[in-house]
Design a protein around this ligand. Structure first.
Ligand SMILES: Cc1cc2nc3c(=O)[nH]c(=O)nc-3n(C[C@H](O)[C@H](O)[C@H](O)COP(=O)(O)O)c2cc1C
Length: 176
């Protein structure tokens, strides 16, 4: 298991997975990583929907995304055929919903990295989940009634490699 600083340094977006499924223990550990994330005023408003990558709803979301964008015959679906996808929904009216969901998404991504797994944070399905099929998807995905989609995270065994993104820390403002 990687320590948290190593996981932070080595995490990068994975856009290609092997067909190997995650174990139930791995899925539970990732879900709990999301649940451990802090939330504003300890609201704990994030709801996690966990689906296998080959679930029919994943295909329906993909189809709706592509319909809205006028796309077809893409080589990968939105989760790049990852075996597991976490969809994070949050209370529509809560002002910190996106920050809270973002922290939880990164917690899942870092836990995946620590466990030797790849991950991808996914926002491109937001239009599909907020569009005309919104009510259908929200019910089918088990979101609480007050909730709507914020962000997703795909997790699986890496089939492709990528270097972590680069940055120049000296461009930041520090008064140390
Ligand atoms: C809020 C958010 C939404 C994102 N949505 C997508 C997405 O829909 N599809 C995708 O392939 N990558 C998505 N990404 C991944 C970013 O493209 C990626 O994090 C960025 O290019 C930096 O690369 P790295 O993750 O390898 O450091 C998203 C990342 C964030 C933080």
């Amino acid at each position: 298991m990687k320590d948290v600083l190593t996981a932070l340094r080595e995490r990068c977006s994975t856009r290609g997975y092997t067909p190997e499924k995650l174990t139930e223990t791995e899925v539970r550990t990732l879900l709990e990583a999301g649940l451990h994330a802090p939330t504003a005023i300890n609201r704990r408003e994030i709801h996690f929907t966990v689906l296998p990558g080959d679930h029919p709803l994943v295909a329906e979301i993909e189809e709706e995304k592509n319909r809205l964008r006028g796309l077809s015959d893409l080589p990968h679906n939105f989760c790049y055929e990852a075996p597991t996808v976490f969809l994070l929904s949050a209370e529509r009216e809560f002002g910190w919903r996106e920050v809270d969901a973002g922290i939880a998404a990164q917690s899942i991504a870092l836990a995946a990295e620590a466990m030797g797994l790849g991950s991808l944070i996914i926002g491109c399905i937001a239009d599909a989940l907020h569009g005309e099929k919104r009510a259908y998807f929200e019910k089918a995905l088990g979101f609480p009634e007050s909730h709507s989609f914020v962000i997703a995270v795909a997790v699986g065994h890496r089939a492709v490699g990528k270097e972590p993104h680069t940055f120049d820390a000296s461009e930041q403002t520090t008064r140390l």
